[in-house]
Design a protein around this ligand. Sequence first.
Ligand code: SUD
Ligand code: ADP
Length: 331
Amino acid sequence: MLHVVEEPIIVRAPAKINLHLAVGDLRDDGYHELTTVYQALSLYDEVAIRKADSLSISVQGEGSSDVPLGSTNLVWRAAELMAAHAGRANKGARVHIAIKKGIPVAGGLAGGSADAAATLVALNELWRVDASRADLVQMAAELGSDVPFSLSGGTAMGVGRGEQLLPVLSRNSYHWVLAFAKGGLSTPAVYKELDRLRESGAPKRLGSADDLMHALTVGDPEVLAPLLGNDLQIASVSLMPTLRRTLRAGSDAGALAAIVSGSGPTCAFLCASEEDAVNVSVEVSATGVCRTVRTARGPVHGARVVQGDPPPPSSHRIDDGQGLSPAEGGA
Ligand SMILES: C[C@@](CO)(OP(=O)(O)O)[C@H](O)COP(=O)(O)OP(=O)(O)OC[C@H]1O[C@@H](n2ccc(N)nc2=O)[C@H](O)[C@@H]1O
Ligand SMILES: Nc1ncnc2c1ncn2[C@@H]1O[C@H](COP(=O)(O)OP(=O)(O)O)[C@@H](O)[C@H]1O
């Protein structure tokens, strides 16, 4: 008898950075009120899902040994949520989910959120659920504050705990260098550290995002650079003081701006051009302040079915000063 093996559904989802991350007060539900402006970058995780006898996960690529394979993986929760939404109470989520990590784990780049968003999109296709965009966004928000943005991509403002998205007008592409640290930072620990610092002093809080939003409509990186800001940066640096050296290395190398990405510890350097980004990445890499350096551009689209198409070349990697090589992880 002919046994037909179905092709997996493959979805690629981007990393994000926060161009503006204003952290308000701690709410009763344990989250902080945010005003943030996200941008999706051309650094990707890829999720391939095929039918199987039971739910299982495999992971390869960047930091894969730090990614849980069981029910604490966000893709596991995403699969169970989609199965419930699709009314598969008896059948459950009988799929194998293969994750290819290009986004560093616990790096402040929303890698787990990217995988969760990719899983929702892939299962919607595989099971022909036909979930509406609004349903997908609602499931995404249940999985994590960043997950709705991983679905949408582009550039967007996030309010509430970051899960409520508002459109942002943005012109042009921006060129970034990302410096991956030798280790990760826990998001709740970084928020907690900010609360502690705020109790013992009064670290300056970011103002409104109006000027930054205007700069995005102009589309000039020189105008945008001085307006980037992150209230969590002081807390990430407090927990990982070596980040000061990384940020300085980016500025010294000629970046227009250097910020910690989200809760860190990845540092993001805004550059004037693609050529400048390659130069900055070479210089930062040579200082040895971080584990790996990548270039990326933004904004890019959110989680999307790629059906096995080879992704466009959009990112370069430099490891330990060994030179440029094509990016891994679907970028
Ligand atoms: C800091 C940010 C900036 O975009 O991203 P990362 O840099 O970690 O990727 C986000 O706020 C992270 O979003 P995400 O990683 O989805 O967080 P969640 O799973 O929703 O929450 C994890 C924990 O972070 C803290 N948290 C998260 C969001 C928020 N607005 N206030 C919080 O205090 C809470 O302690 C919460 O229990
Ligand atoms: N699919 C996943 N990819 C990465 N980490 C995951 C995943 N699922 C759960 N995790 C857990 O979530 C934590 C935060 O991971 P990640 O989303 O990469 O970082 P961040 O919140 O800094 O953007 C990790 O330390 C890991 O234990």
